[in-house]
Design a protein around this ligand. Structure first.
Ligand code: 5GP
Length: 183
């Protein structure tokens, strides 16, 4: 495979995550928050973001996979995830969301399918507020009308890895966000 190219450096990520944390701290002043991370890609973003929010907060995780529609890693790299597929819940949250301020934390907002389904699912828990934090956003790939409330970076339609994001389970622990060249 061709060499990875850094798209967003660890320093840029740290700066932006701290800005998002400050914004959330301001928006929810005097209140508490539950961050709900989408496994596994959002784990690193969640742990950094939660520590930049100066409020009473806790976190939980939710797991999703698409019903047999996720392509092979090579296909995924070439043409992205087939998001006409259904999203299946593999792990539900462990605590009650009722009347709580919930912020869903996702690695990347692509077609919008995953977060549209998750939003519906979490709204059924009757939270007080439900917001979306996405580190990355590929607006050109959107198929469903959904926007993040706290977005780190808008990026072009490239396949990226690092800072939690994988390619066939590799590269999640890279500190920078890198482009996998489509060769
Ligand atoms: P959506 O449902 O918005 O189409 O897709 C969101 C999911 O697709 C993300 O949580 C992520 O797992 C996967 N995804 C989309 N684009 C990329 C990418 O560039 N790199 C990686 N590693 N995963 C991606």
């Amino acid at each position: 495979m061709a060499e990875l190219k850094v798209l967003i450096s660890r320093q840029e990520i740290a700066k932006r995550v701290s800005e998002l944390g400050a914004q959330i701290t301001k928006d929810f002043a005097g209140q508490s928050i539950i961050f709900v991370g989408v496994l596994k890609g959002a784990a690193i973003f969640l742990s950094d973001l939660a520590r930049q929010v100066d409020l009473d907060s806790t976190f939980d995780f939710i797991g999703v996979s698409s019903y047999g529609n996720r392509p092979s890693p090579t296909q995924e790299l070439q043409s992205g995830w087939d998001s006409t597929g259904e999203v299946r819940l593999t792990k539900d949250v462990d605590q009650s969301m009722k009347d709580r301020n919930v912020i869903v934390v996702e690695d990347i907002l692509d077609t919008g399918l995953t977060l549209t389904v998750l939003k519906k699912l979490l709204l059924a828990h009757q939270p007080r507020t439900l917001k979306i934090a996405a580190l990355l956003d590929k607006p050109s790939r959107r198929k469903l009308p959904l926007e993040g409330d706290y977005v780190g970076f808008k990026i072009p339609d490239e396949f990226v890895v690092g800072y939690g994001l994988d390619y066939a389970e590799k590269y999640r622990s890279l500190a920078d966000i890198c482009i996998v060249p489509r060769e």
